[in-house]
Write a protein of this length. Structure first.
Length: 533
């Protein structure tokens, strides 16, 4: 198709009201527009296809406020119009209803694009439009999952079929350009409630209005299998390895990093803690109720720069970071007891509930009979564990959260700490050094890139449990160096190892199957080794 001159006045419409039930656990806490692909939400892949001066209308419904917070934080100079959709699920809801609610904001030529559509081409057709309407298609067949279009030899769309009505025709991918918008809106009525824009397109084609067809390379991220494929295919080479969690995310948008959590206290305390962590962490430049952002610090994740000498430098640097802080020893001990004992019991219960697992005293882990987790926890000397050392702390200290900084405008230290914990049992001014030491040990045992590369196994047959995972030689060398440093600093190595086991037990509930089980049974096995000594 020959491109014609740039339109002077058009908008983009992204409907984001629906629940996204096809994605299951991916949309348990967020709208499908915020599901991460290539370390940024799907909606970023859409927004960034358009020039910065194009007006974008976004329909909000399920978890819509998160989308609004993200877009205003990530793209403060773009022109967004947000429309709240009151009925977005159940009776009366549908794409046609959503379109009607947005009608007044789309009285111009506009591009419609579904919020689960990622188009990977360099596409001038999204920046320029022909004088005709157009409809986007893929070279895959419509089948039972997609509407399909019939295209004549001149590339004109002549009919839009319902799903499975013409399964061998190319699939309509939920993106179209509407120039005859007055006619389009005539067909967005009560008959279009469920089918939305496709109903109007069908009627316009029946009226013999011209629709050009444009073929796109496309991912339907509203389909779970295709979403997983997109996550793998679009992964940024040498990008950060971030293990996804259901209730929080880290996104990289242009020169900014955005942290999201469904817990607003998590975000509030993260931002407050930057005062006590300066200059070791990046400077937060903006925040909303559930997100904050900071300028991206350029450098190399420590996991990609680790050598024995670099690790020794890190440990010397961390010793300076862990500045001792005076505190009420009695209150601090109570906080440590609650943080370690109560939180661990709660997290294990949540793990059992989420993954339909249960405790047992008959389990054999990698050939070793191990008692129930309850009996192992009961055997811990919690008074000893709770004798902490109050310091300025990070809270999630492992190689993926330590950046070897490059010189930049912020004059950062040679190392920068990322993704710091929000509090220590409610305290934001200090925490226990043993927690940081155990977190560092946990990262030496389990590497993020090993997990993201699926370089591990987990298998269970009745009470027989077997797991294995790859360990880097350099990490094992660093673990030996670390144990010597712990002794040199005068800390209790046994306590660090036992608390490392507790960390694995604590984080199991946050991760995906079967990694969740690897974490739990690794933690249980390591705990058994320490309490049996």
């Amino acid at each position: 198709m020959v491109e014609k001159e740039r339109m002077n006045n058009y908008k983009v419409f992204i409907p984001c009201a629906g629940v996204g039930e096809r994605l299951g656990e991916f949309t348990e806490n967020v709208n499908k527009a915020l599901v991460s692909v290539s370390n940024k939400p799907v909606i970023s892949h859409i927004v960034e296809k358009f020039d910065a001066d194009v007006g974008i209308v976004v329909a909000l419904g399920y978890k819509g406020d998160y989308i609004k917070q993200f877009l205003t934080l990530a793209y403060p100079n773009r022109n967004f119009t947000f429309v709240d959709i009151d009925i977005f699920d159940g009776e009366g809801s549908g794409l046609g209803y959503t379109l009607n609610k947005c009608r007044e904001h789309l009285q111009s030529e506009f591009i419609f694009i579904s919020n689960d559509t990622i188009i990977t081409d360099e596409l001038p057709s999204l920046q320029k439009m022909s004088f005709n309407n157009w409809i986007g298609y893929s070279d895959i067949d419509g089948g039972v999952n997609y509407r399909a279009i019939d295209i004549d030899k001149n590339g004109k769309a002549i009919k839009l079929f319902e799903k499975n009505e013409s399964p061998l025709n190319p699939a309509y991918i939920g993106v179209c350009g509407i120039t005859d918008y007055e006619i389009f809106w005539e067909y967005i009525d009560k008959n279009s409630i469920l089918t939305g824009e496709s109903y109007a397109i069908q009627k316009m084609l029946e009226d013999n209005l011209n629709f050009d067809s444009i073929k796109f390379d496309w991912y339907d991220t509203g389909n779970k299998d295709i979403l997983i494929k997109a996550k793998e295919k679009l992964k940024v080479k040498d990008g950060p390895n971030i293990l996804e969690k259901p209730d929080e995310s880290i996104w990289f948008i242009e020169d900014k990093v955005i942290k999201f959590s469904i817990d607003n206290n998590f975000i509030l305390n993260r931002v407050k803690r930057t005062d006590s962590l300066k200059p070791y962490v990046p400077i937060v430049i903006d925040k909303t109720e559930h997100m904050y952002s900071y300028k991206k610090v350029h450098g190399t994740i420590f996991s990609e720069a680790v050598t024995a000498e670099n690790f020794k430098f890190l440990l010397d640097w961390v010793e300076n970071f862990h500045t001792p802080i005076d505190c009420n020893k009695t209150e601090f001990k109570k906080s440590c007891l609650k943080f370690y004992k109560d939180k661990t019991n709660s997290r294990i219960d949540e793990y059992f509930k989420r993954f339909n697992n249960s405790d047992s005293d008959k389990e054999v882990i990698n050939g070793t009979k191990v008692p129930s987790i309850k009996s192992l926890l009961d055997s811990i000397d919690w008074e000893w564990i709770s004798e902490g050392v109050s310091v300025r702390f990070h809270g999630d200290l492992h190689f993926e959260n330590i950046l070897v900084s490059e010189k930049n405008d912020y004059n950062t230290l040679p190392l920068t700490l990322l993704d710091w914990r929000q509090d220590f049992c409610g305290r934001i001014d200090y925490g226990d050094v043993y927690y940081d030491l155990a977190k560092l040990m946990h990262g030496l045992i389990i590497s993020h890139d090993i997990i993201s590369g699926d370089l591990y196994t987990f298998d269970r047959s009745m009470n027989e449990i077997r797991y294995d995972f790859l360990r880097k030689n350099i990490n094992m060398d660093c673990e030996n160096i670390f144990t010597e440093y712990i002794k040199k600093w005068g800390y209790d190595l046994k306590k660090v190892k036992l608390m490392t086991a507790l960390i694995f037990l604590n984080i199991a509930k946050f991760h995906h199957y079967p990694y969740c089980h690897l974490l739990f049974y690794l933690g249980k096995y390591l705990l058994f080794k320490e309490v049996e000594k």
